[in-house]
Design a protein around this ligand. Sequence first.
Ligand code: GTP
Ligand code: MG
Length: 296
Amino acid sequence: MSDTSTKPLENKPLDIRIFGPRASGKTTYLTTLAECPDGLKQKYPELQVIKRNDETKELEDLSKNTLAVGSKVPGTTYEKKEFHNLNEYDFVIKIPGNKQRPGIELELLTKDFPGEFFHDIPRGDKQQDPDIKKWIDDLFTTDGWMIMMTDWEPENDLLLYQPAFKELHRKLSGKQKINPKLKELRIAVVMTKCERGELWPCRLDPDEDLFAVRLPKTYEFITQKFTNNPIQFFACSAFGILGDDLKNFDPRPNCRFDYDGPPEEIEATLREPEQWSPYGLIPPLYWLATGIRLEE
Ligand SMILES: Nc1nc2c(ncn2[C@@H]2O[C@H](COP(=O)(O)OP(=O)(O)OP(=O)(O)O)[C@@H](O)[C@H]2O)c(=O)[nH]1
Ligand SMILES: [Mg+2]
């Protein structure tokens, strides 16, 4: 018999930061989580996503007005002076257990940074704006990071991603000398938009088949240097494919591209909102909370 009960994880909420380059799908991820479309519930029967504050409830409204009707969420505004006004989301997520995994009830606190923040990280202490430094310092007050990337610009492997991880590693190592508890900070590195045809077959082994191949320098740096912290690689797609259960199998991406220009300006929307079945949204959260990796 499978055990579908959920147990509160700890008294302490899981406080994480979601960051990554522009248009990597951070806000869409959170909006999809808030919406919890039927396709997600089919994968996790009895999954409950409770929105605990107004900002989180607004995410669900955002979904109803955008993703669920086939348009996209707006980019997150980049206003450095607004640090204290970044939205703070508060969810309770009840993930049912089964034979393979214990059910958990997880309170998730999170902030969603605008992508420009990630592009500022490699500039390092000396060149960073004092307002950006506040955002960087905030990263080290948390339990975990979800770093979201897409590989639409492979040259960014050396120009952006690896330098950003170098700077994060430098800061983290320095801070760990003063605060060894920071060695417990978990880092989930997530390849988003993996419904794309060339990525979809690789989603099951994202380390070897996505990161090592698409972002080799970044992958090499992370695996060789981030040895003090638990770090794992994931693949997800907020949109998913048109039919990923055996009865209605249809491997075409549930995605429509509306502009054939630079990657950050490509507007992707759900092709069939009625068939919305996100992939891989829960495993990074479950791992950040428990250290246990779910396969979906
Ligand atoms: N194909 C595909 N496109 C996606 C997916 N998730 C988001 N997008 C699209 O990617 C673009 C950027 O999504 P956002 O969620 O705004 O990205 P972001 O990381 O929050 O961007 P910033 O706030 O500008 O940093 C939009 O056109 C989305 O519709 C996905 O799973 N698949
Ligand atoms: Mg955003």
